[in-house]
Design a protein around this ligand. Sequence first.
Ligand code: EPZ
Length: 420
Amino acid sequence: MFAVSKLIIEGGHKLEGEISVHGAKNSALPVLAATMLCQGQSVIHNCPGLSDVEASVRILRHLGCKIQRDGSTLAVDSRNIVTCDIPDELMREMRSSIVFLGAIVSRMGCARLSFPGGCELGPRPIDLHLKALRQMGLLIDEQHGYLDCKVKSHLKGAHIALSFPSVGATENIMLAAVLAKGTTVITNAAREPEIIDLANYLNACGGKITGAGGGVVTIDGVAQLHGTEHTVIPDRIAATTFLTAAAITGSKLGLKDIDVGHLSQVIPMFEEAGCIVRWEGARMEIASPRKLHPIKIVRTMPYPGFPTDAQAPVMAMATLASGTSVFVENIFESRYKHAGELLRMGANIKVEGKVAVVEGVQNLYGAQVEAPDLRGGAALVVAGLAAEGATQLTGLHHIDRGYESMEHSLTSIGAKVRRI
Ligand code: EPZ
């Protein structure tokens, strides 16, 4: 077991310069799962160095893929898949490993894997995934936390109306449908940029997917997929997190390698807070006021609404605004665990169900805090940058799932953060 590592964040330092944003975790994971559908080798560029990506690599290797990593490029040779069974310890490493279900049954006609553990955001049901896959002919036996799946002969296209535009369910259906017999139509599909990135990868492999990014996605099954070369889109949530770090410290900061089209909901929110945001191509610059204005209301919604993953870092920023900001978390049922930790730092937050009311305070104070989940951990780092004194943050395994060496990234733009 590793010693408990923690970040020591010394508050009060302005950020400066420019930072490059890593590839999107929530695109790399489904794209890596999709590589096992190909009879050949795929080369995936801009893969972020995250523990969730490492977990995906371990699962792919267990299934029989040969994988080489060269920096942020992963070469995946999936010609020879040897099993359709993911052992429990591998499934438990990553919440989103359920996205492998669609890929494995698509390639092998069978799958055996454990239910993904609940996670910090509340129970993570997969009912929409299972209902859709059953409609495509998958026989699923749910016993003692295990899913034992097989198809009679092959998966077949179906009309699937999602009751909620679930990102993971949409991805699982695409992965199951791309090699199925016939056409699958998903209505009320998730519209996140990561869905478009997955469709682009699968189409480059010979898939026939149209409508990704809209509410209706159509997949015409094909007989086989070949490998391809693909570059993962930038991480819009990491980009937003660095913007909140600049905003809370009253800094001017440059971001590069971003896709500003994915930030259309968060840019107006930074402008309401009194920041000036400018962009040109894949670069963006934010200039922040000495004192942030409050944000009247932030409602998290499925894309293109305000992203739930940005709620925590934006709440951290709002704790020092000159007034009251209101948050409504509509996607996950318990995604305010960071509020309790922010209170320890002197924030004034009241949580009532899915609503959180943040009264701006004059100062935050460094404290010993623990990351409750990935984005909650990021929120505590953001708060620590502006707090008086030093903040000690544990629970770094959460942060390492979604941010490439947070301490190096922030130190490179003037923050005083070290991991011990
Ligand atoms: C993806 O999770 C992301 N993860 C999440 O990012 C993100 O917060 C979420 O989409 C929403 O944008 C990855 O892409 C790996 P959902 P996912 O299925 O697919 C309920 C991060 O911080 N639901 O759209 O699990 C579910 O409980 C992570 O990077 C069902 O009820 O999200 C939740 O309340 C956190 N039944 C809501 O829908 C189902 O079968 C949204 O879930 C599936 C989901």
